[in-house]
Design a protein around this ligand. Structure first.
Ligand code: AMP
Ligand code: GLY
Length: 416
């Protein structure tokens, strides 16, 4: 079966790497891909949000399954368009993807169906937000309701900070129209974990749990980013936590979506805070996490294409999923300036060839002649396997030390 992957990040390279091991794979196309995916399939230049182009490629290349990496094309309705055209695609419809693309919608749904999450209020008026925040004396988190590349969340130390955050988002529109509405919520305390489920309506399969590192700097300092590294599995998600997440979060959310007429198919990503009162939802994503996918898929022994095909065909319960018992750790190397504006076109040296226990996934990279150069904020996801987390960590950082590009930033404390 010919497969089209939409996107150009480390997640998409990791998807392609896993798909390459799938027995049923024919040709692999990536729209638009990066220098890493070009080694595994054919990159098709273009905008990943150009739905008409994606459809045209799928028709022209006789694509049997399209897999959508990023959230923007999902929110823009790529799945609706493919389904209307009778083409198989893995991902939720735009209406179901609102779980990610509209944090106010997600909050209301969770409130209505008693899914554990931070208490929150929703505002589109700055003055009302200001008055509300001024009455709070505990720390709050201010979030742009719309899509802001994982950067639209400001964790505030005190009300003065939070009022400033509300003003930046609602009035100054630092996140553009994504900030036309904000969610002001209680700050939860605990450790964070990412749990991803492959979902077909009521049926779901939970992938191995992972841990992301959203802050730019060591010791969780600095601004929030799209994610600076991940490992899988995580000891934080015990069997007991898994059961709680299943019964209190995953099953109720999927049921709620069915009842609201928005049955979910695709990956549902649960960003969780493991609080003293049990796991609570920080956010939903409607796709594989990045960089979580790099660590998770590195451990997937089963056939990814078969798993995703089973979800699309509604026979998820028939597939058996096997995992490599080793630990995986992914270190993101980012451009100077990330998560703000970055310079691109910087040559990358010292890239090692893929090995059984380590792969450097490309994110923002591009090939120019004989060289691979930087082409975005997050550049590489250096991912290694090891018998223990410490081994995976040692191996990944060994490779990081060999790779050089000017201004590279990465965390040195992942998995420590
Ligand atoms: P989100 O994009 O909603 O996951 O938020 C990004 C990051 O902000 C999360 O990974 C958390 O570290 C932090 N965060 C979001 N919401 C809360 C909350 N209610 N309490 C504490 N931290 C939060
Ligand atoms: N790593 C967080 C995300 O994919 O949104």
């Amino acid at each position: 079966m010919n497969v089209l992957v939409i996107g150009s990040g480390g997640r998409e390279h990791a998807l392609c790497h896993a798909l390459r091991r799938s027995r049923g794979l024919g040709r692999l196309l990536i729209l638009p891909g990066n220098a890493g995916t070009a080694e595994l399939g054919t990159n098709v230049p273009g905008d990943p949000c150009d739905i008409a182009l994606a459809l045209e490629v799928a028709r022209r290349e006789d694509v049997g399954l399209t897999i959508v990496g990023p959230e923007e094309p999902l929110a823009a309705g790529i799945v609706d368009a493919f389904e209307a055209a009778g083409r198989r695609i893995f991902g939720p419809t735009a209406a179901a993807a609102r779980l990610e693309s509209d944090k106010a919608f997600a909050k209301q749904l969770m409130r209505q169906y008693a899914v554990p999450t931070a208490d929150a209020r929703i505002f589109d008026d700055y003055e009302l937000a200001r008055q509300y925040i001024a009455t709070r004396d505990e720390a709050v988190v201010v979030k742009a309701a719309g899509l802001a590349k994982g950067k639209g969340v400001i964790v505030c130390a005190d009300p003065a900070d939070a009022i400033l955050a509300a003003e930046r988002i609602l009035v100054q529109r630092v996140f553009g129209e994504a900030g036309a509405r904000i969610v002001v919520e209680e700050r939860l305390l605990g450790r964070e974990a990412s749990l991803l489920a492959v979902v077909d309506r009521h049926t779901s399969y939970l992938l191995e749990p992972a841990q992301d590192h959203k802050r730019l700097g060591d010791g969780d300092s600095g601004p929030n980013t799209g994610g600076m590294g991940a490992f899988c599995p995580t000891p934080l998600v015990t069997e007991a936590v898994l059961r709680q997440v299943q019964t209190q979060i995953l099953v109720p959310v999927l049921d709620a979506l069915v009842r609201e007429g928005l049955p979910y198919r695709g990956v549902l990503y649960l960003g969780l805070m493991l609080t003293a009162a049990g796991p609570k939802v920080l956010e939903f994503n409607c796709r594989f996490g990045d960089p979580e996918a790099q660590a998770i898929l590195m451990r997937l022994e089963s056939d990814l294409l078969e798993l995703l095909n089973a979800a699309v065909d509604g026979r998820l319960e028939q597939v058996e999923v096997r995992w490599d018992p080793r630990h995986a750790l992914c270190v993101v190397m980012a451009s100077a300036g990330y998560p703000e504006a970055v310079r691109t076109g910087v040559p990358i040296r010292g890239l090692p060839p893929p090995a059984d226990d380590a792969v450097v996934f490309h994110a923002g990279t591009r090939r120019v002649g004989d060289e691979v150069v930087t082409a975005g904020g997050r550049v590489l996801g250096v991912t290694a396997l090891g018998p223990t987390l410490a081994d995976a960590r040692r191996r990944a950082y060994e490779l990081v030390a060999q790779i050089r590009f000017e201004g590279a930033q990465y965390r040195t404390d992942l998995g420590a």
